[in-house]
Design a protein around this ligand. Structure first.
Ligand SMILES: Cc1cc2nc3c(=O)[nH]c(=O)nc-3n(C[C@H](O)[C@H](O)[C@H](O)COP(=O)(O)OP(=O)(O)OC[C@H]3O[C@@H](n4cnc5c(N)ncnc54)[C@H](O)[C@@H]3O)c2cc1C
Length: 408
């Protein structure tokens, strides 16, 4: 049996779900497939339990989610007011403050599961077909169509397959799209911690000899308990050691590494470890398969930009498909997909380059690099104009934005 669609989106993570919602108002027949469930969360919210995976979303991403109608469904979102970054091995530091820079906040910390919940809440009310728990065995391209063979023997067919199946994308592999890959030689240890003292609505990042350690602020509970999500990038051996430390030693070591800025660390959730690699697809499309989000690129999380880049991919590709549909053109034609690639590739590559530069600059022990980063941080901290520029870029508000990421 073969089911036919105009577009199949493989992967219903944050990026794939946003893509589906961005196309929902076209006349196209769309399906989202995921190996896991595609339902909004139903459990009651425990105000002291957080998803270990959070994202710092830019204003551009928030606007996109708002334009899609999903932002209001996010169960929790935390606008942060300030950011403080400093070098543990020197005197360099820089601070950004929303009120000083004339913006309401510097961005929002959101749990990935909350974003997905918001998007799926909208999708369940839409005409998009949500096919959860599906195991795809094979992808073939023939005669201008993509055919997916599922484990139960059925086939799905579409004119275009949008691959949003994450960093290890099978669709990318099946389509034969090669990657440029580079190991950051870092693993990220992530978890949620409870602090003795408040985080002051500030995102904190210290550059240690072993790599950056970030504390991202989460909502304070109604009985005054303070929480942060941590992303601790470490060389692999050290990450392994940190993962295996007994709870008490982990809390002490983490607190000491953060220079005990929040008093004692009172507790931590389960720790997870993610190997970090930079990846970038050499082509964003081949035949009838087009890549978005982590399937197309992954970068170091030190500036929290990965999902933000994925959302801009969504906005650009949706714009191209909408325009083609309005003109009654073939939305999967190579020149349409080329235009999407041209719009996004430069921006994604530039961000990857910046992450690589920062990672090298802060990882080096060389005297010259130490001097450079410390004096660079201090100098920039004294230049309000430059800080404004950095914040505007970090909030995704510089450059030509696709319509979907612009305020309406
Ligand atoms: C430690 C860490 C911290 C980060 N912090 C930030 C941050 O602060 N800000 C930010 O913007 N980004 C951040 N990122 C990056 C961000 O998490 C990713 O860019 C984002 O989650 C990518 O979303 P995605 O939907 O493209 O992929 P994924 O989230 O990987 O989703 C892929 C989906 O596809 C499904 N799937 C996969 N294979 C198949 C298959 N064969 N068949 C069916 N379904 C399949 C999966 O089940 C999943 O639902 C961070 C990343 C890391 C590792």
């Amino acid at each position: 049996m073969t089911r036919e669609y105009d577009i199949i989106i493989l992967g219903g993570g944050m990026v794939g779900a946003a893509m589906a919602l961005a196309l929902e108002d076209t006349s196209l027949k769309i399906a989202v497939i995921d190996a896991g469930a595609l339902e909004p969360l139903l459990s009651a919210e425990d105000e002291c339990a957080f998803d270990s995976r959070v994202s710092a979303l830019t204003e551009a991403s928030r606007t996109l989610l708002d334009n899609l109608g999903a932002w209001k469904h996010l169960r929790r979102k935390f606008p942060y007011q300030a950011m403080h970054v400093w070098d543990a091995a020197g005197t360099g530091s820089i601070s950004f403050n929303a009120s000083e820079l004339g913006v309401p906040n510097l961005g929002h910390i959101v749990e990935n599961s909350a974003v997905r919940h918001g998007l799926l809440s909208c999708l369940t009310e839409s005409s998009v077909h949500l096919l959860g728990g599906i195991d795809v065995q094979e992808l073939k391209q023939e005669k201008g169509a993509v055919s997916l063979k599922l484990r139960d023997g059925t086939f799905l067919q579409s004119r275009l397959l949008i691959a949003a199946d994450g960093a290890g994308s099978r669709a990318r592999y099946w389509a034969g799209i090669p990657m440029r890959e580079w190991d950051y030689l870092h693993h990220a240890v992530v978890t949620t911690v409870e602090l003795e003292k408040p985080h002051n609505d500030t995102a904190w990042q210290i550059f240690l000899d072993t790599g950056p350690l970030a504390f991202l602020p989460l909502p304070t509970s109604s009985d005054g308990r303070h929480f942060c999500s941590i992303v601790w990038s470490l060389v692999p051996d050290e990450a392994q050691r940190v993962m295996e430390l007994p709870e008490e030693e982990f809390l002490k070591y983490l607190g000491g590494s953060m220079e005990n800025r929040f008093g004692r660390i009172l507790g931590a959730d389960k720790r997870y470890c993610h190997p970090l690699r930079q990846r970038h697809a050499r082509q964003y499309h081949r035949g009838q398969v087009v890549l978005i989000g982590d399937a197309a690129h992954t970068i170091h999380p030190l500036a929290g930009q990965g999902a933000n880049l994925g959302f801009l991919d969504v906005a650009s590709l949706a714009e191209e498909i909408h325009r083609a549909v309005a003109r009654q053109e073939d939305f999967a034609a190579p020149h349409i997909l080329d235009r999407y690639q041209r719009t996004r590739e430069g921006h994604n590559l530039a961000m990857a380059g910046i992450m690589e530069g920062l990672q090298r600059l802060f990882h080096s022990d060389h005297m010259l690099f130490r001097w450079l980063r410390n004096s660079g941080l201090n100098l920039t901290d004294r230049m309000p104009f430059l800080k404004q520029e950095i914040v505007s870029r970090a909030m995704g508000l510089r450059g030509e934005l696709p319509e979907l990421a612009k305020k309406r």
